[in-house]
Design a protein. Structure first.
Length: 285
């Protein structure tokens, strides 16, 4: 078992374990052939476990160079993490796996097959989701059909901050979701009713926070659709961050459809089902 976490108290006074600093690693073949089946691996671990984990990865796949310490996240013990893998020219089975972080290193194996007509290269994208929130991603590029010295690391992304956009009529539901993600991942979510001080110029503060937050969390509902403030915040996010930084969390059935009627966007990709109440999440391309 990993080292025991320290104990901290939340702003509400509740006692909760501190989040562990969790590092991410990946192991991907240096190159793959058309029609070949291979295993891509993602690992989550504490820093003191890195040496032992590296030996395990090298033993499992000598032809793959482990990429260690790609990103650092913060998770509390008991956090459920959903990991998805996808890539152009690839068929992955199963495409997603879930684990519970308990302090010991976690190693996930994804079996993938290269399509027979594939060419060039492919980027393997690992996406990490907690409570319906996309909290990070790893992209690793590997060649198809030609040998390579090592896979080329393309991009990592791990959110440390977020901005919550919502209607005040949905505040209680949104605060429950925000409290959950902050407790489990350590991501600070800016919420107007909690982070704006009395007599502060709220519009200026919000306009300044949206561009510097890693994620824009849009909690969509009929009330949000009718709110001029939510509309302004969304337009600000699109103009300053682009659609790729926006995560849509529908608070009502068919909420995503209602959003697309107002803001037509093609090729939206469903990231996760947030919970059993049919709240869904989409990430705008």
């Amino acid at each position: 078992m990993g080292p025991q976490p320290t104990i901290t108290s939340t702003a509400s006074g509740n006692i909760t374990p501190a989040a562990d600093p969790v590092f991410l690693a990946a192991s991907v073949p240096q190159s793959v052939a058309r029609g070949e089946r291979f295993v891509a691996r993602l690992a989550a671990y504490l820093r003191e476990q890195e040496g032992a984990l590296r030996k395990v990865l090298e033993g499992l796949s000598p032809q793959s160079q482990p990429l260690m310490g790609l990103r650092k996240c913060r998770w509390t013990r008991g956090t459920k993490v959903l990991v998805k893998l996808e890539g152009k020219h690839l068929a992955v089975e199963p495409p997603e796996q879930e684990f519970v972080w308990e302090g010991d290193y976690v190693l996930l194996d994804f079996e993938a097959a290269v399509l027979a007509d594939a060419a060039g290269s492919t980027t393997l994208k690992f996406s990490l989701v907690v409570d319906g929130f996309l909290i990070g991603s790893l992209h690793v590029d590997t060649l198809i059909g030609a040998p390579s010295a090592k896979p080329r690391f393309v991009e990592t992304r791990a959110a440390e901050s977020a901005f919550a956009s919502y209607s005040s009529k949905d505040r209680s539901r949104v605060l429950d979701r925000v409290d959950s993600i902050q407790t489990r991942t350590g991501i600070h979510v800016f919420v107007d009713c909690l982070d704006i001080h009395p007599n502060e110029e709220w519009r200026k503060r919000i306009a300044g926070m949206i561009p510097v937050s890693d994620l824009f969390l849009l909690f969509w509902s009929q009330a949000a659709k009718e709110s001029p403030y939510v509309s302004w915040e969304l337009q600000t996010a699109i103009s300053t961050r682009g659609k790729g930084a926006i995560e849509v969390h529908a608070l009502e059935p068919n909420g995503i459809c209602a959003l697309l009627c107002c803001y037509p966007i093609r090729n939206n990709r469903v990231m996760a089902n947030a919970d059993s109440r049919r709240q869904s999440t989409q990430h705008l391309p």
